[in-house]
Write a protein that binds this ligand. Structure first.
Ligand SMILES: Nc1ncnc2c1ncn2[C@@H]1O[C@H](COP(=O)(O)OP(=O)(O)OP(=O)(O)O)[C@@H](O)[C@H]1O
Length: 649
């Protein structure tokens, strides 16, 4: 079995010793390292200076040359502290020792140690550094004294944290310090100043990991983590897929026209019943999903048999276009058309796939006795908050909703309601020209009746003296009852009711509703973060798929199997064709595949062993090298075609 090792360069360089520059008497000059530290680490590595202090220094006889710096050492008694007139214990020869200039350092960057000319040197060991050749720093033997890293360019390997952790600066990277260098810790100042650009993070972000972002359930033990944790929850996925399917649904033989002038086509009816009542708008209405030529989907509400007598009526749409609220289905446009074989008025709205009206949701029988359980009060509060917010937006624009009916409020997601059918009555009843404040006061009444009908589980509820609201709502809290009573009680003219007063009175429910929506947002963000990782791995698998098993490329018969691409073929087998070592069954563990793909995407320096199918080749390679090969092979595939004789490559 042939074993190959990819990219195993030994990064370490052999430590070199300082060389005296142009000094013939180097051998007679005591090495400054010996003088300061008592020994020189480069003595056996070619340091040309003298390492025997007895040769040059008149040291006391009991002082060993190997003895390290101590307070008793006369060599290290600061001269400034010595009594005037007393001579230094260090010989003048030692003071004149040649200064060490590290090889390779630019002269401008080194502070030269001043040579003593006439006066005895003021010797301060703290000012003099031991000579250290560049790029030979050994972290194990030379721990950084001031918390600085020896080599700021040292690559960071997220998969070998233990070995690299030691090499990281003792002051950890703090992203909050990026903007403000003045906040840097003083002990690490030298290290940070040495960085070419502090704007760049000190270490690569670990993009390859599934970061557990978002709210977590603490009651799950580790073994309960499943493959599903990596993907979008089934219920949400199904919901989104159904919506996507509904959006793309077409009805080839529906017989519905194409609105050439307005550029709408592929109409699909959304009405679930054929009994068209004119109760709400005064005209039978139909709802269709349609696609515009811009590729987007809209809803067309058609009022059958409507004749526009006042051209200004459609102009009311303009004001509705300004309403931008989460509780209102946006009004896009309005026009008349003869395309349906009659004179129809069309309103265009945003399309919310798979919606249901509140009437469909709350008043269609569900159990086998034809009954439906009464609505939960929390759900009703959620509706109240959303509809009140929508009304505030509408009233704030000097408009009125006018059609707050259970069949004209749609549920677009769980407990998420929007007012549909806005603007219709403004156009249809344009000539009635009713005062806006009157219509707004009616909105409160319609709102109250809508909530009461859902709470009492009766779509056609009528309020009469015989049955009080208190009785109807006895299953609900006093808070809820008083909110409904407030909405249903007409204001005594000239006093008027105001949506802001209503919102103030339900403030505690606004807060709960807001909190619930924050939680929902957090949950969706968590899902989104997971999908981000999946998208990344999908791109990687796509590249592998494009390279592996490609029969021919660029005139090469087995392009995908020769050269460096051979290891990609072996990696594909390692990833997808692995077998359980005991049972020899195929390894179908998604966790295994995700782990290796993530390491590959991160370009980890961890090594893996790839074995060919015939077991004749065994290659030890890092994920980093594999990643490089994928990038190279993919770049080769993506290069522009070159035209050759008789064909095109
Ligand atoms: N903007 C919209 N996006 C998606 N679907 C919508 C939209 N507006 C209405 N719908 C859907 O269209 C269908 C028909 O709506 P419509 O308002 O006609 O209700 P309806 O129950 O048929 O009322 P009516 O009896 O008054 O016609 C409903 O299922 C509703 O959910």
């Amino acid at each position: 079995m042939a074993s190959t090792r990819f990219n195993q360069p030994d990064q370490r360089k052999v430590a070199s010793s300082p060389r005296p520059k142009g000094r013939d008497n180097a051998k007679d000059t005591l090495c400054r390292n010996v003088l300061i530290y008592g020994h020189c680490r480069y003595e056996d590595q070619g340091c040309a200076f003298n390492h025997d202090p007895n040769k040059t220094l008149s040291l006391p006889s009991d002082m060993s040359a190997k003895k390290t710096l101590s307070v008793d050492s006369p060599a290290f008694t600061p001269a400034t502290l010595s009594a005037p007139g007393k001579s230094s214990a260090i010989s003048s020869q030692a003071v004149n020792a040649a200064p060490f200039t590290p090889r390779g350092l630019a002269s401008g960057t080194v502070t030269p140690i001043p040579q003593a000319e006439t006066e005895p040197a003021t010797f301060n060991p703290a000012q003099i550094k031991e000579f250290t050749p560049q790029q030979t720093y050994d972290i194990s033997t030379n721990p950084p004294a001031n918390g600085t890293a020896p080599d700021a360019q040292m690559p960071y390997d997220p998969f070998s944290m233990s070995s690299v952790a030691d090499a990281m600066p003792s002051a950890p990277y703090n992203p909050y310090l990026q903007a403000d260098n003045s906040a840097m810790p003083s002990n690490g100042a030298a290290y940070y100043q040495a960085q070419p650009s502090f704007a760049a993070p000190a270490q690569p972000l670990q993009y390859h990991l599934y970061a557990p972002i978002g709210p977590h359930r603490e009651d799950l033990t580790p073994y309960q983590r499943t493959v599903h944790d990596f993907f979008i929850p089934n219920s949400l996925r199904e919901d989104l897929q159904r919506k996507s399917e509904a959006t793309r649904q077409v009805m080839p033989n529906s017989g519905l026209p194409r609105l050439e002038k307005e550029k709408y086509h592929s109409l699909v009816p959304l009405d679930t019943n054929n009994n068209k009542s004119a109760a709400v708008f005064g005209f039978p209405s139909w709802v269709y999903k349609a696609q515009k030529e811009d590729g987007k989907y809209y809803v067309l509400r058609r009022l059958e048999g409507f004749r526009l007598s006042n051209a200004g009526a459609i102009g009311r749409i303009k004001e509705w276009k300004h309403i931008y609220n989460g509780g209102v289905v946006s009004v896009i446009n309005s026009f008349t058309t003869q395309a349906f074989g009659d004179s129809s008025l069309i309103f265009v709205y945003n399309y919310h796939p798979m919606s249901k009206t509140l009437a469909e949701h709350h008043f269609s029988p569900t159990n086998r006795y034809g009954h439906r359980a009464p609505a939960n009060e929390q759900v009703l509060w959620s509706y109240i908050v959303q509809i009140a917010s929508a009304i505030k937006a509408v009233h704030g624009n000097n408009l009125a909703v006018r059609c707050l009916e259970a069949s004209k409020v749609i549920l677009t997601e769980k407990n998420r309601v929007r007012l549909s059918g806005c603007a219709v009555l403004d156009v249809v009843q344009f000539e009635a020209n009713r005062p806006i404040h009157e219509l707004q006061q009616e909105d409160f009444l319609h709102f109250g009746r809508l909530m009461l009908s859902i709470a009492a589980n009766n779509q056609h509820i009528s309020i009469n003296a015989k049955v009080s609201i208190e009785q109807l709502l006895r299953a609900y809290t006093p808070d809820f009852r008083s909110a409904i009573v407030w909405l249903l009680t007409p204001a005594h003219v000239p006093a008027t009711k105001n949506i802001n007063d209503f919102l103030a009175s339900i403030s505690s429910h606004l807060v709960s509703s807001y909190d619930a929506s924050l939680h929902a947002n957090d949950a969706l963000n968590t899902v989104l973060a997971g999908e981000l990782e999946n998208g990344r791995l999908f791109r990687l698998v796509t590249k592998l798929g494009l390279i592996n098993e490609r029969p021919e490329y660029d005139g090469q018969e087995k392009w995908s199997e020769v050269g460096e691409r051979y290891i990609l073929k072996l990696f594909r087998d390692f990833l997808f064709h692995a077998r359980d070592p005991v049972t020899l069954r195929p390894q179908v563990d998604l966790g295994y595949i995700l782990t290796h793909l993530n390491k590959l995407d991160a370009g980890s320096k961890e090594e893996i062993r790839l074995i060919s199918r015939d077991e004749q080749d065994c290659i030890i390679v890092t994920y980093q090298e594999l990643k490089k090969q994928i990038q190279l092979a993919f770049a080769e595939l993506s290069k522009p075609a070159t035209v050759v004789k008789g064909g095109r490559y």
